[in-house]
Design a protein around this ligand. Structure first.
Ligand SMILES: C[S@@+](CC[C@H](N)C(=O)[O-])C[C@H]1O[C@@H](n2cnc3c(N)ncnc32)[C@H](O)[C@@H]1O
Length: 217
C-alpha cells in the first residue's frame, strides 16, 4: 500500500477534522490553555516571547499562575514594549526589548531555567516560525513550550524537532504544546482539552474568572 506523505495526511485531516470558526477574539484563544496548564504543574518561571494584554496579564494573575516568581518577556516592537512596561507594574515581570528578531536573542538564554515558554511574537509569520525553530534548536529539556496559532502549518513544521506535541483545538486559533522530555501527562492533556471544548461556546477566551471556575474546581 502506498504511504501517505505528511502533506497528504494534513490535507485529509483538514477535511475530516475542519477547524472550528475563528474566534471573535482571536488574540486571546491561548488564555484558557495557559490557565489549564498552570493547573497541571508548578509554574514558577515563564519565558514569554511576544507580550500583550492577554498572555502577560494572565501570567501575572495570581489566581491563574499562583506559583509565578518570574516572567521574562522578550519583545521586538519598541513602542509595544514601552506601552506594556507602562501598563504592567509588577516586580516579577521584566519586559526586555530585543532590537532584532526574537530568534536571535534566544541563544544567550538558558531555556532550561524556565518551566514554561510561550511563543506568540512578532509582526510576521516568518519571524514567528524562526522563533519556534530557534527554541527547538536549543533542545530545551525542562520547559513545556506553548505556541499560539499552531494550526498554521509553517509553525508545525518549525516545531518538528520537538519530540512530543499536543494540540489544544477547542478554539481557532489553536494552541500547540511541544516538549522534549517525558510524555507522561497525555491523559491529563486530553482531559484539559475536553474541558476546554465543553465550555468554549459559553465562555469567551479572555474570561479569566469564568475559566478559573471551570478549570480549578
Ligand atoms: C500576537 S501579538 C502578542 C500578543 C500577546 N502574546 C498576548 O497574548 O497578549 C504579537 C506581537 O505583535 C506586536 N504588537 C504591536 N502592537 C500590538 C498590540 N496593540 N497588541 C498586541 N501586540 C502588538 C508585538 O510585537 C507583539 O509581540
Amino acid at each position: 500500500m502506498q504511504q501517505l506523505t505528511t502533506r497528504g495526511w494534513r490535507k485529509i485531516k483538514s477535511v475530516l477534522y475542519p477547524l472550528p470558526p475563528r474566534a471573535r477574539n482571536d488574540y486571546a484563544t491561548h488564555v484558557p490553555v495557559l490557565i489549564g496548564v498552570a493547573g497541571m504543574s508548578k509554574v514558577e518561571r515563564v519565558l514569554e516571547l511576544g507580550c500583550g494584554n492577554y498572555s502577560t496579564k494572565t501570567f501575572l494573575n495570581r489566581s491563574a499562575f499562583p506559583h509565578l516568581k518570574e516572567l521574562r518577556s522578550l519583545e521586538n516592537d519598541p513602542l509595544w514594549a514601552k506601552t506594556m512596561r507602562l501598563g504592567v507594574e509588577d516586580s516579577r515581570c521584566t519586559i526586555v526589548f530585543t532590537g532584532g528578531p526574537i530568534a536571535e536573542a534566544l541563544s544567550t538564554l538558558d531555556l532550561d531555567y524556565f518551566d514554561l515558554i510561550f511563543v506568540d511574537d512578532s509582526a510576521t509569520s516568518e519571524q514567528r516560525a524562526a522563533t519556534i525553530k530557534a527554541v527547538s534548536a536549543l533542545r530545551p529539556q525542562n520547559p513545556w513550550t506553548l505556541i499560539h496559532d499552531y494550526e498554521f502549518e509553517d509553525y508545525q513544521r518549525a516545531a518538528a524537532g520537538f519530540v512530543h506535541r499536543f494540540i489544544f483545538n477547542a478554539y481557532n486559533p489553536e494552541t500547540g504544546l511541544v516538549f522534549n522530555l517525558k510524555n507522561e501527562r497525555q491523559t491529563d492533556l486530553r482531559q484539559l482539552n475536553q474541558r476546554l471544548k465543553a465550555n468554549c461556546t459559553r465562555l469567551d477566551p479572555d474570561d479569566i474568572d469564568g475559566w478559573l471556575r471551570v478549570l480549578r474546581q
